[in-house]
Write a protein that binds this ligand. Structure first.
Ligand code: AMP
Length: 383
């Protein structure tokens, strides 16, 4: 018997997925007395050094039953969880966010229809199931236009911009033969995202809009709160998020990405989970998106979503930077995900937080220089 024999664990949470989002959910839940079990088909997932793992496919019925045994609630960290699996788990245990949210988010067509039904603007779009459909859609919407797969696209994968006749051929060759969508090209001012959270009792809370910058379809940097945001635009984004949360009887964090054109917000896509553009909230908000997601799904009251100063998030892509150089920047917080380096892979992120907006910008410049130096060093070493 020693002094540590008391076990304060109150809730065991099952998380479908063992990636960095699952890892940051666990890290946020531990101080609240939670413990975690993850289901992930791959060995050595980023959660494996922290939590219990069930290594199996997401549609393996026996593994799902084993995973669900003894957990109080199940949530997920990515949107391509098979809906059938989420429903099977629901027979044993509460699953939040509701599987209906997965259904909407897994297919760009119902997702766009969902946005439209809730009164949100989107880019104009047409369903494309054949080459004839594509010609008709192009005659209607463009070029320029963007051809996208309806399922499974992420980080800019599964889409092609069509500007010329030659692009049509290439895009069709690459993407044809699966359900597609053609979207009119939006000349947006910027990309922003709204993270909303809804508790089991229906309470909602919203983070400030975040401005996002992508490189080759992958999120590279986010600024929160999004600079120079009109209060009316923030209110509109919150209203859109609220409608989506309520329509789905949602529990947890929901991310919606928008193209901003003037004071209009065109909904592009949603993720029924915590989101990369919300990582800044670990240091930059009163309560992080991860903690609020865990609070919501376990039936706890939500925490305040107010920002604490200005934050910039920069993803660590492909190469681990020199850690002391990053940490030497005032206000910089490094998060590594225990993933092995591979070109363009998300290996971690850095959040730079600062009370003064201009000073925050200077610190971010320093951070970019550190990350770039590392990238250059790696290239010249030929690794
Ligand atoms: P998505 O997979 O829909 O998030 O698209 C990835 C990126 O492609 C977006 O972040 C935009 O930068 C760009 N993009 C996607 N759809 C459009 C569009 N309809 N018009 C202009 N740019 C787009």
């Amino acid at each position: 018997m020693n002094d540590y024999d008391q076990d304060p664990v109150q809730t065991t949470v099952g998380i479908l997925g063992g990636g960095q989002l699952g890892r940051m959910l666990s890290l946020a839940g531990y101080p609240l007395g939670m413990r975690f079990r993850h289901l992930d088909p791959k060995p050595g997932a980023p959660t494996s050094s922290l939590d219990e793992q069930v290594q199996a496919d997401y549609d393996d019925p026996e593994a799902l039953d084993e995973f669900a045994r003894g957990v109080d609630v199940v949530t997920y960290e990515f949107e391509n969880v098979p809906v059938k699996s989420a429903r099977r788990l629901q027979e044993h245990v509460d699953v939040f966010p509701p599987p209906e949210a997965l259904e909407v988010a897994q297919d760009r067509l119902p997702e766009k229809e969902f946005f439209g039904d809730l009164g949100m603007d989107t880019a104009p779009y047409r369903r494309v199931d054949s080459r004839d459909d594509l010609n008709a859609a192009l005659a209607n919407l463009g070029p320029p236009a963007v051809l996208k797969t309806r399922h499974g696209g992420y980080d800019g994968k599964g889409q092609r911009i069509i500007e010329t006749g030659a692009d049509v051929e290439e895009a069709w060759e690459e993407l044809g033969g699966q359900p597609l969508l053609l979207e009119g090209f939006v000349g947006y001012d910027r990309e922003v995202s709204m993270l909303g959270v809804r508790a089991r009792d229906g309470e909602t809370a919203f983070y400030p809009l975040v401005e996002n910058h992508h490189v080759q379809g992958i999120l590279y940097a986010s600024h929160a709160p999004a600079p120079e945001t009109e209060p009316a635009v923030q209110r509109k984004a919150e209203e859109y998020s609220r409608r989506a949360l309520e329509a789905l009887d949602y529990v947890g964090v929901l991310a919606i990405e928008f193209f901003q054109v003037g004071d209009r917000l065109l909904a592009n896509e949603m993720a029924p989970r915590v989101h990369n553009s919300g990582h800044w909230s670990i240091e930059g908000a009163e309560t992080s998106q991860f903690e609020n997601h865990m609070r919501a799904v376990t039936g706890l009251p939500l925490g305040l979503t107010d920002p604490v100063g200005h934050s910039a998030l920069v993803n660590v892509l492909g190469t681990i930077p020199e850690i002391p150089s990053v940490l030497d920047i005032p206000g910089a917080h490094l998060h590594l995900y225990e993933k092995s380096p591979r070109p363009r892979r998300k290996l971690g992120h850095v959040t730079v937080r600062c009370d003064d907006e201009r000073e925050a910008a200077d610190r971010v410049k320093r951070l970019h220089a550190v990350l770039k130096a590392e990238e250059e060093a790696r290239k010249s070493a030929g690794s």
